[in-house]
Design a protein around this ligand. Structure first.
Ligand code: PLP
Length: 398
């Protein structure tokens, strides 16, 4: 009998009851705007900022409307100007180069390694071209952060971290987003906490945070934020920093606060699923599993593997056969951008020199989401299906 999987790869868990209850209370109060507060009230958004700052160990956190908004705010807060070059990963998702382009700045793509992390050799070569690296921990893979920071410090590169896939992850115990000057996170539905849309911006830098708060649309009510730099810092920046509204509201904050309390347990639940699938895929002929470094604490909310040097038709055939058995794989390297494809050459507004070594890897990246609505049995079944179909196509090729 051929086994078939019938779960949905886009079905998230419900919002926790506690979050629904808190959201109802916000709605009943009618006070949804983050600055619509009683005199002595911090409010859901301010409380969430305090709790998130403490979770990642940052001095300051700002809750915003989306992860992409946090990235663009970071570029503004460090003074990126139209025409400036900004280094970023060749392997990332569209909102990352998009945030750079939204500033009128120019993305310069840095290659990807077989570990699916930024190519530090290529970064060293390109470091002189820019003042800022927007580092995307795409699909939760952390580069060697010690080496990366040494390269960036040597060449005076400011690091902004895109932690859309690494909320809850760490390098040698340091929370992801805390090595760079600024860490940006997303709470969009498919990330590690779900408020539909939303994000965070964290830093220890007084002036960067003061600018970010004003940029986010604080209407000179910045004193009411959850984590606030000293007043004299605002005096220095408040007349010169534009308002580019992108606040989070109390409703989203209310549904996020219980999720933050549960985040570490959720991360463990993802990793139990990830580790099962990885184990099931190991040793499949023609398939390369991505080894995770010892120093990395990862969050396996999705899994990637490589079909290196496979013909396009054979990769298509694997996708097709898995789909027929209910397993939805994404081919990030597909030639035509569709859905969440992630190749630097699909972003034609930001032309790049070809990177043959990266192209070979990008072409072979297969991705699969692991929503927490999947049971461990589901994950074992999914791995058996992929293993069988990759194996069958590989054998037919040989
Ligand atoms: C989702 C995502 C973002 C931005 O998140 P939004 O909240 O959707 O704007 C940034 N980077 C990566 C890699 C992402 O997957």
């Amino acid at each position: 009998m051929t086994e078939v999987f019938s779960g949905s790869f886009t079905q998230q868990e419900p919002i926790p009851d506690e979050g629904i209850k808190a959201a109802l209370e916000v709605m009943q109060s009618g006070r949804l705007h983050r600055y619509n507060l009683q005199p002595d009230e911090v409010g859901e958004t301010g409380l969430l900022e305090q709790e998130f700052a403490s979770y990642v160990g940052a001095k300051y956190a700002l809750a915003v409307a989306s992860g992409g908004y946090a990235l663009a705010t970071a570029l503004r807060a460090v003074g990126v100007k139209p025409g400036d070059k900004v280094l970023t990963n060749a392997f990332t998702l569209a909102p990352v180069p998009g945030s750079i382009a939204s500033m009128g700045a120019v993305p310069v793509f840095v290659g990807v390694t077989e570990d699916l992390t930024i190519d530090l050799e290529d970064l060293t070569v390109k470091a002189e071209q820019a003042n800022v690296l927007m580092l995307s921990h795409m699909r939760g893979h952390l580069a060697d952060m010690d080496r990366l920071m040494a390269i960036c410090n040597d060449s005076g590169l400011i690091v902004i971290e895109d932690c859309a896939h690494t909320m809850g992850a760490a390098w040698k115990g340091r929370a992801s987003g805390r090595d760079g000057l600024i860490g940006c996170y997303s709470t969009q539905t498919y990330k590690h906490m779900n408020s539909g849309e939303g994000g965070f911006f964290v830093t220890d830098d007084d002036e960067v945070m003061a600018r970010a708060i004003i940029l986010s649309g604080s209407y000179m009510l910045y004193g009411r934020n959850g984590t606030v730099p000293p007043p004299e810092v605002f005096e220095r920046v408040k007349y010169e920093t534009p308002n580019v509204s992108g606040r989070m509201d109390h409703l989203r904050a209310a549904i996020l606060r219980p999720q933050l309390r549960a985040l570490n347990d959720q991360c463990n639940a993802w990793n139990a699923r990830y580790d099962l699938v990885e184990k099931g895929l190991r040793g499949t002929p023609g398939l390369t599993v991505i080894d995770r470094p010892e120093a990395e604490t990862y969050v396996g909310s999705s899994i990637q593997f490589l079909l290196l040097d496979w013909e396009n038709e054979a990769i298509d055939e694997v996708l097709h056969r898995c789909k027929a058995r209910g397993v939805e794989l994404k081919w990030f390297g597909g030639a035509e951008p569709s859905g969440f494809t992630s190749r630097y050459d699909s972003w034609r507004y930001a032309p790049s020199e070809r990177m043959p070594k990266s192209d070979r890897i990008l072409k072979g990246i297969i991705d699969m989401r692991l929503p927490l609505t999947f049971s461990l049995e589901d994950c074992a079944l999914i791995a058996r299906i992929i293993r069988a179909e990759v194996g069958a196509v590989f054998q037919a090729q040989a």
